[in-house]
Every structure is written in structure tokens, then in C-alpha cells.
Design a protein around this ligand. Structure first.
Ligand code: SAM
Length: 476
């Protein structure tokens, strides 16, 4: 049979899970990545795209459902960008993710055996997030699902989550099972307020409008609940009205912030941040420590699993109290402070000034005196701006937690030059972690073990912790 062509409808069996929530079907050896299917399904799929090596397809008719399927709790599951796998039993989700870590290390990293440990699952698989970011749009993504609210309003305004690959449209969601019922109440109130205000959504085309994002941060361990409305313009009158009405509608809200982003980049950050109500931060406990988090700071979004993740990192670091540790990409200092009681000194390095300030506050408030935080891009701070290193002992352990893109090649090289005996590498992207691991192990390290931790049930996101030890070439 010739390879499938675009537009073909084929009956296939879904063989396995692939990256980004897709599944694999094989048609006479030709690989199709299928959207919307589950391993074990027998289904009719429509071919959307073909390349020499593989094609992409979408499920159009489910002939025999996989035994791994379950009924999703949320009516939007599978459509919004949030939960891709809510219709798959949780134990299977964990197996799929573990397999993806293995494949990344084998295929991208070239490791024969990545010494992979079984995935650590999450006890709570709903309402586990401490942060949700909703987007405003004047274009709605319409689904075949019953949409509860399709008003003919002017100007058009929708608030929800982006469907994958459609950054102009949002699915106007009215419930979400990822954060909390209060978060849903805030979402629905904010939509009504925004519509009633008559102010338009910000448009990248005209570079004008008002509403951009709604970010809700809610502590899992304290009563703190922050609402951050990200707007294009600075309108204190609107924000005061919003804050007054929101507090009456959702009295659990403890602080309201207005981030003003007047740039084109569609991000929920901005140069200006105005606290409209409360103290502008939330407090979250991780392990024995309390952390203060401001609107612009990075903080792990699943508090309970973050504690487990950091627990793994601390165990891998095997600290005895005598070590100097560098915490690279330190954010608000959570990892540094988490391991501080087992180290002689911890130096955190982070590029976002505000996060560094938060880290310092967090150290002070937790009465931790053996941590120092330095602002800067690691590319510079480990190379031409590395003068700070002369003030500290050489590092015995590195704990690295880069963004999804992994480490810049110059940073990897600078790390190799440090000749640190032990490296603990936390990552939210196994592909870039495997790429960086390959360079470390080609030069001077051995991958000792790899522990995936599920921070994001129902999504395809994976977090994993790798331990590397410096070795002679023969022992690698
Ligand atoms: C995945 S987060 C880790 C944060 C922290 N370790 C934690 O668990 O909360 C990555 C952090 O790296 C910072 N970052 C990104 N690129 C950087 C760079 N080139 N140099 C220094 N820090 C960087 C980001 O601002 C962010 O805080």
C-alpha cells in the first residue's frame, strides 16, 4: 500500500503514546501522529499532513474505544489547551510520560540505559494548580460542545484558554478543574465585569484595547488568593471599580494586582505592576519554609508535587552540611532555601531581578543566613562576569533548573569548566535535558539516575531530575 496522502481517511489501531499528547498509529510501517486518540483505540483517522518520515492525523470516528479511556470530568477536556489526557486513566498517563522520558534520553541523548526510575505520580489529580493564566480575546473558538454563553455583545470579549496552535482565539470556558472553585468564580466574574465595562480586548493588530490576561494565584497551604489583571492601559478608575466588585463577589480574594503590559508581546508580564488591594503577594509553604510570591515571579505551579520534586533533588545532591552549592536558574530561591539546611553555603543565580529580590526576602523571612542570590544571565555570570566566584568556595554540587529551552551551549561549557563533582539537573522538558545530558556525558560526566515526577496530571508536561557524577572517561 502506498504511503497515506493528505485527506485520506484510514481505519487504524493506535499503538502507543507520543509527544504533546498525540498517539502513534502505523500504516504499513509509516508513522502517523494522531491527535485526540488513545493507545488501544481502534479508530478512523483523517490524514492532515504528510512528510517523508511521518504524517499527522486527527481522530474522526472511534470504532472501538481503548480500555484506557475514562470519562473526563470537564466538558472542555481535549479542546482547551489545558488537559489533553483527562480522558485517559491516570496510571496510563504516568506510563506514557515515563516512556517519553526514556525515549528522549535514548534517541536524543544517545543513552543506552538512562537508569530511569518509576515516575512519581500525584496524589491529587484535580485542583492541583496554584496558578492559572486565562487570556482575553475578541475571537471565540467554537466547539461542537454546548457553549453556555454566546452573547451578541459589542465589543466581543471572551475569556478562557487558548486552543493549541490558535493564539488568536480562546475557548470561552466557564469551569476549570485545575485550580479551585474560587478560581472559576473569579474567571466568570471577570468576564462579566469586562463585558459590562464596554472596554475592548487588546489587539496585537491595532496595538490598542484594554484587557489582556487574568492570572489567579492561590496558595495551597495558606488562605492567600491573588488576582492579577493584565491590561494594556493604566486605568486606575477601572481597576478600583473591578477590585470593589470582585471583593464583594469573591470575598476570599486577599490581594488584587494590575500588571500593565504596553508592549506587543502577548505575555502576562509587564514593566509596571500596581497593587490595587492587599499586599500584592501570596505566601506558600514548601517543606519547612514559607515563600512570598509576587505577581511576576516564577513559582512551581503544583505545590505538593514541587515538594516531592525538590525532595528528590535534595536526595540526589547527597549533602552532608559541608558543601558549597550553586543553584543555577534559582527563581525565587525555592530550591536554594529547600536544601540550605544541609549545605555550608548556597549561591543562587537568576536573571529576573524581581525573583532575586523575592529570594532574598524569602531567605530573611525564613531566617536562613547561608544563601546568597545573584542577578544575571548565566551565560555572563559563569563566564566574563564570574568575578563573584572568588568570594565563595568552589562548588561541590550544582543544582540546575533551566527553562524549557534547556541550557545555552555556553552555559553547558562553563559548567564543564567548573569541574563540579556532582550535578543535579531538574527539567520540564526531557528533550532539552537529554540534549544537554549528552554534552555533559560526552565530556566528563556519567548519568547516574533519572527520576521523573508528575507535576501536571492530565497534561503531557513532564518534569524530571537527573543526577550526574564527574567521572574519568573510562568509567563513563
Ligand atoms: C524553570 S524556572 C526555575 C526556578 C526555580 N529553580 C524554581 O524551582 O522555582 C527557570 C528560571 O530560570 C530563569 N532564567 C531563564 N533564563 C536564564 C538565564 N539565561 N540566566 C539566569 N536565569 C535564567 C527564569 O527567570 C526562571 O526563574
Amino acid at each position: 500500500m502506498p504511503s497515506p496522502k493528505k485527506g485520506d481517511e484510514l481505519t487504524v489501531e493506535i499503538a502507543s503514546a507520543a509527544f504533546e499528547g498525540k498517539s502513534v498509529a502505523r500504516v504499513e510501517g509509516y508513522v502517523l501522529f494522531v491527535e485526540g486518540a488513545v493507545p488501544g483505540d481502534e479508530a478512523v483517522v483523517k490524514v492532515l499532513k504528510t512528510k517523508k518520515q511521518y504524517g499527522e492525523a486527527r481522530l474522526v470516528d472511534l470504532l472501538k474505544p481503548s480500555p484506557l479511556r475514562v470519562s473526563p470530568r470537564c466538558p472542555y477536556a481535549g479542546t482547551c489547551g489545558g488537559c489533553k489526557w483527562q480522558h485517559v486513566e491516570y496510571a496510563a498517563q504516568l506510563r506514557f510520560k515515563e516512556q517519553q522520558v526514556r525515549e528522549a534520553f535514548e534517541r536524543i541523548g544517545g543513552f543506552k540505559d538512562p537508569h530511569l526510575l518509576p515516575m512519581i505520580g500525584s496524589d491529587g489529580i484535580f485542583f492541583y494548580r496554584n496558578k492559572m493564566e486565562f487570556s482575553f480575546s475578541d475571537k471565540q473558538w467554537l466547539t461542537e460542545l454546548p457553549v453556555t454563553d454566546r452573547p451578541s455583545i459589542a465589543p466581543p470579549l471572551y475569556l478562557g484558554l487558548h486552543v493549541p496552535q490558535r493564539y488568536d482565539k480562546v475557548l470561552d470556558i466557564h469551569e476549570c478543574h485545575l485550580q479551585s472553585p474560587e478560581s472559576t468564580a473569579i474567571l466568570n466574574f471577570t468576564r462579566s465585569f469586562a463585558r459590562a465595562s464596554g472596554l475592548p480586548v487588546y489587539s496585537t493588530e491595532t496595538h490598542s484595547g484594554f484587557f489582556r490576561f487574568l492570572v489567579v494565584r492561590q496558595s495551597k497551604r495558606t488562605e492567600d488568593l491573588m488576582v492579577n489583571l493584565v491590561t494594556f492601559e493604566d486605568r486606575l478608575d477601572v481597576m478600583r471599580k473591578y477590585a470593589g466588585e470582585l471583593r464583594r463577589e469573591v470575598p476570599q480574594v486577599t490581594t488584587i494586582v494590575n500588571t500593565i503590559n504596553d508592549k506587543k508581546a502577548q505575555i502576562a508580564f509587564g514593566d509596571r505592576e500596581r497593587v490595587v488591594y492587599g499586599d500584592g503577594v501570596i505566601r506558600e509553604r514548601l517543606g519547612r519554609h514559607m515563600f512570598t510570591i509576587s505577581a511576576g515571579s516564577f513559582f512551581q505551579t503544583n505545590t505538593v508535587q514541587a515538594e516531592r520534586l525538590y525532595g528528590v533533588a535534595k536526595e540526589f545532591a547527597a549533602l552532608t552540611g559541608r558543601e558549597t552549592v550553586y543553584d543555577l536558574y534559582s527563581g525565587t530561591g525555592t530550591i536554594a532555601l529547600f536544601v540550605a539546611d544541609a549545605a555550608a553555603h548556597v549561591v543562587g543565580i537568576e536573571s529576573v531581578e524581581r525573583s532575586v529580590r523575592d529570594a532574598e526576602v524569602n531567605a530573611r523571612e525564613n531566617r536562613i543566613t547561608n544563601c546568597t542570590f545573584i542577578t544575571g544571565d548565566l551565560k555572563d555570570r559563569l563566564t566574563e562576569q564570574a568575578g563573584w566566584m572568588s568570594s565563595y568556595a568552589r562548588p561541590d554540587v550544582l543544582i540546575i533548573d533551566p527553562p524549557r529551552s534547556g541550557m545555552h551551549p555556553d552555559v553547558v561549557q562553563a559548567i564543564l569548566n567548573l569541574e563540579v563533582p556532582r550535578i543535579v539537573y531538574i527539567s520540564c522538558n526531557p528533550a532539552t535535558q537529554a540534549r544537554d545530558a549528552a554534552v555533559l556525558c560526552r565530556e566528563a560526566y556519567r548519568l547516574v539516575k533519572l527520576q521523573p515526577v508528575d507535576m501536571f496530571p492530565h497534561t503531557y508536561h513532564i518534569e524530571s531530575v537527573a543526577l550526574f557524577e564527574r567521572s574519568t572517561p573510562q568509567s563513563r
